[in-house]
Design a protein around this ligand. Sequence first.
Ligand SMILES: *Cc1c(COP(=O)(O)O)cnc(C)c1O
Length: 395
Amino acid sequence: MNYAVDENGFYGEFGGAFVPEMLHSNIETLRSSYLDITGTPTFQNKFRSLLKDYVGRPSPLYFATRLSQAHGCQIYLKREDLNHTGSHKINNTIGQILLAKELGKTRIIAETGAGQHGVATATVCALMGLECVVHMGVVDIARQSPNVARMRMLGAKVIPSRSGSQTLKDATNEAIRDWISHPVETHYIIGSVVGPHPYPDMVARFQSVISEEMRWQLKEHTGRENPDAIVACVGGGSNAAGAFYHYLDQDEVRFVAVEAAGLGIDSGESAATSVLGTRGIIHGSRTLLMQTDDGQITEPYSISAGLDYPGIGPLHAHLLSTARAEAVSVTDQEALDAALRLTRLEGIIPALETAHAFSALDKIKFNETDVVVVSLSGRGDKDLDTYIKNLPIDE
Ligand SMILES: *Cc1c(COP(=O)(O)O)cnc(C)c1O
């Protein structure tokens, strides 16, 4: 594979494992064992059977008739919104909890911004009976209270991060500190294709079930395995990595990575890393990130908490810098409009993150016969308050 990670954890110039001395042995254990453990038939059987009977996979690939007419191409929706807990995040947490058990870990930590990854982690900890601690910024705890309640009901302990801007990047720092203090019994479940090697590759492999299913589902629908394009929103990039994975070496399949422009690229309130980002190290990996001239991480902004991340995973930095993937950025307002359009045309309320991917369909010219798959990464229940406040839906 041309786009596979190399043995040092790099995708071209991006990736690697830049971690504090005290975490070397944890990261080294993961690096030297993740492929062996996840490659065994026993592990694969457990993983596959939970994806099927607990998550509800395969997720449908749905031909969206009215949306296709509106855009003048053939649009299929990969329905990750129908998974248990409402998004693709559970594919990864199922994989990592099984790995943690194989490694003999008894305590799980995670960090969360919007709370979606926290809920997916708390869910698999309840399923497996493992202790769960979720670090979350004080600001996010206040604005995502239903997800905080879900995590607590599932038995997780939610620890407020009070440092810095009290949002996701501060919660990540706290999670790393926690791991350093409890290295033996604890596994850290990272929720996207970010962080030090082997996390980006490990998470991409767990999420690759998305494109594995797309291949045979497209064949059933259209007679061929390859679409002309795949469109996915990118926060850290895990749903996009899963949707692209089995097509990475098929150059004729076009990849569109959709980022959150927030109030606009030049507004100072944005999360469009591919445009605003420069090379640097964030959370243990060399990638593109939004930073000041002296290397301070810039606070990102998007109406959707799941895209509000100041970096992108190293695989995506590589795909974009080699022009294998193209980036499109979408503002808050454009995403809101696209969410309402999908709802009215197809009867599906998408997550705000996912709505960004739908808006990108307006910005690209497709031919009538082009087959386009959109990764419908999550459902919009969690975003109803935002939709009600911002959309003309009273009439
Ligand atoms: C978390 C989340 C995202 C963004 O994360 P990626 O790792 O970029 O996929 C996108 N959509 C939904 C529904 C999410 O919950």
